[in-house]
Unconditional design. Structure first.
Length: 157
């Protein structure tokens, strides 16, 4: 029962992360035309644009995966064998770890809210804030999967 509660909490956390990701992607898409024009004249702008989309996609895929795994384990975790019940959290830990490192590698140097606001860039700054919140959610998800793995190993389902 305790693990089911943990898994449902993970699912709720993934939904919250999905909301943050949605806000970030929606706000970033407002600058798509401008970034395309800039990318035509600057290879660095094109690289930054592609990396922005790649990191946001990584976050969404990881959140879907974490949500799916947590709901599946919460509903039917005890029906699976010992090995799948321990492998699933281990795979989730690895997936969330690599996703957050990928996202952090690009976005960590971008400090949202610290530098002065640029004119007409409020939505971009909101996207940065949402992405930083997404990184916090991924941190919490990773630690929750570690906790789930420990509890599943010691107590079982």
């Amino acid at each position: 029962m305790f693990l089911q509660i943990l898994h449902f909490a993970q699912a709720a956390l993934a939904i919250y992360g999905g909301k943050q990701s949605y806000v970030a992607i929606t706000n970033l898409r407002k600058y798509e035309n401008a970034s395309k024009k800039l990318a035509k004249v600057s290879s660095e702008a094109e690289r930054q644009r592609q990396k922005t989309y790649a990191t946001q996609t990584t976050g969404v895929i990881t959140l879907f995966f974490s949500f799916f795994m947590s709901v599946l384990l919460a509903r039917e975790g005890s029906t699976y064998g010992f090995l799948p019940r321990l492998l699933a959290p281990a795979v989730a830990i690895a997936a969330v770890f690599f996703a957050r490192e990928h996202i952090r590698g690009f976005w960590a140097g971008k400090t949202s809210g610290i530098k002065g606001s640029l004119p007409k860039m409020g939505d971009y700054e909101e996207a940065e804030k949402s992405t930083h919140e997404l990184m916090n959610v991924l941190d919490l998800l990773m630690f929750s999967w570690v906790g789930t793995l420990v509890v599943a190993t010691i107590i079982g389902y």
